[in-house]
Design a binder for this molecule. Structure first.
Ligand SMILES: Cc1ncc(COP(=O)(O)O)c(C=O)c1O
Length: 450
């Protein structure tokens, strides 16, 4: 890491540096790294916005100052080199064949725009027939669904949605629904131009059998496959060559400790990805997506440049990012089971279909019967209990009984997460808050919000 200490006299700094007493980061050093978190809040929603340690924020600040000190020199001699270094580290982490397959972009939403705009252009330019289909899960992230509306449906494409079974017991349930969706997409002789597969769905959160789904797409002649893996890097093992999709996007600011916002988009070399362009067109248009993405006009590129410091941070933990992933997974499952036992409910998916987030059924006596109810409960937990956790409403489907607790049908699930800064207290706070609401005979309809 290049810190402010390294400027000037590196040797002297080396001599005056404090010796490190343990090989791995200590509990108190972890607490220091996240000392900027608002005290008193049980943050069990790492999934939405991620988290960034102090050392990475300092590095980001250094990059910002480097630019401001001498912008021209930085533009001509520092920026590209710095971004290439970040891309190379990501390329090695995700097993891409070539660094030219890896672009750094702002976020998964930008990745979706890049992929869907090239599909939209193919419709608009008559390379695809009107009504050719694009496939995605019904619970695809809202930004992706809206992008589908903006770039694909308006250009003449048909959008087919695959229902994600939930609560769920095994991969086979997803595979069966996905095959049904593909059949529907291919009906009337339509071609399937794109399938979007979530690696880890957002709400409800489930790890999908992504490799198998990509394989089925290939077998069924789907033109392009885009994996929306917004939550993947830092929470599950990723090897883009083994997964085999044309496009794979993952945020580095969610589970890989980078500052907001930075993501990588992998575009498999060869074939269809060649028409992919950054939605913001600047001087580098036509020079390949990685180069286009590394200059989209004057702005702050520091989050892309701070990526190597995030690698240093994860490597200060035993087992590096894999060690973090495993411990987060084990802990979040344990905490999920503790909550389910206290509330008399269930996990929404088995542990092997979860990464660092787990869905836990909420007591039916909360009477959550709409998305608005779920949001009201979430706001109440934030305002009155200092607990930050997303809540998913799952209405019973026609002809299905639904999962029950002692008092009725479970209609809502909390999505809990575990990251290195979490402690047992965070989950106990959530458990006690829900138990208190139920014991006081309140339902989500009568809860106050600020
Ligand atoms: C599955 C999925 N896709 C896309 C996104 C969008 O990520 P971002 O807001 O960083 O663009 C999210 C965010 O949570 C997500 O969960």
């Amino acid at each position: 890491m290049e810190t402010s200490e390294d400027h000037g006299n590196g040797e002297l700094n080396h001599l005056t540096k404090k010796p490190r007493l343990t090989r791995f980061i200590t509990e108190s050093a972890i607490a220091d790294e996240f000392a900027h978190h608002q005290p008193g809040v049980a943050r069990i929603n790492n999934g939405s916005f991620g988290s960034c340690p102090g050392s990475v924020l300092s590095s980001q600040r250094e990059w910002q100052l480097k630019f401001l000190r001498q912008p021209d020199d930085f533009y001509f001699n520092g920026l590209r080199k710095g971004i290439l270094r970040s891309r190379t580290l990501v390329k090695d982490l995700v097993g891409a064949a070539d660094v030219e397959e890896v672009s750094l972009i702002d976020n998964a939403t930008t990745g979706a725009a890049i992929v869907l705009q090239q599909i939209g252009r193919a419709f608009a330019e008559g390379r695809f027939d009107r009504n050719d289909a694009v496939l995605m899960f019904h619970c695809a992230f809202q930004a992706v669904k809206k992008s589908m509306e903006a770039y694909v449906r308006r250009a003449g494409g048909s959008v087919i949605e695959v229902r994600l079974p939930f609560p769920i017991l095994c991969d086979e349930e997803i595979i069966t629904e996905f095959r049904k969706g593909l059949e529907k997409a291919k009906s009337n002789g339509r071609k399937v131009r794109l399938a979007i597969i979530d690696h880890i769905t957002s709400m409800p959160s489930v790890v999908t059998p992504v490799k198998e789904l990509v394989r089925i797409c290939r077998e069924e002649g789907v033109d392009q496959v885009f994996v929306d893996a917004a939550h993947a890097i830092g929470s599950v093992e990723v090897n883009v060559q083994e997964i085999g999709a044309d496009f794979y996007v993952s945020n580095l600011h969610k589970w890989f400790f980078c500052p907001p916002s930075v993501a990588f988009l992998y575009c498999k070399k060869s074939g269809s990805s060649l028409d992919a362009h950054h939605p913001v067109v600047s001087h580098e248009y036509g020079n390949g997506l990685p180069t286009e993405s590394s200059w989209i006009g004057t702005r702050d590129y520091s989050s892309q440049l701070a990526v190597p410091t995030a690698f240093e941070f994860v490597n200060s933990f035993e087992g590096g990012i894999r060690g973090i992933m495993k411990r987060n997974h084990d802990e979040v499952v344990k905490m999920g089971e503790m909550l389910a036992e206290s509330w008399g409910t269930n996990l929404g998916a088995p542990p092997e279909m979860c990464a660092s987030m787990v869905m836990v059924g909420l007591p039916s006596r909360l009477y959550v019967t709409s998305d608005d109810d779920a949001l009201r409960l979430r706001s109440h937990l934030r305002a009155y209990y200092g607990v930050e956790v997303p809540i998913h409403y799952q209405g019973p489907r026609d002809g299905e009984d639904g999962v029950k607790d002692e008092y009725g049908i479970v209609t809502a699930y909390v999505r809990i997460s575990h990251q290195v800064y979490n402690t047992l207290d965070d989950y106990c706070k959530l458990r006690d808050a829900i138990n208190q609401i139920v014991d006081n005979k309140k339902t989500c309809k009568t809860l106050l919000i600020e």
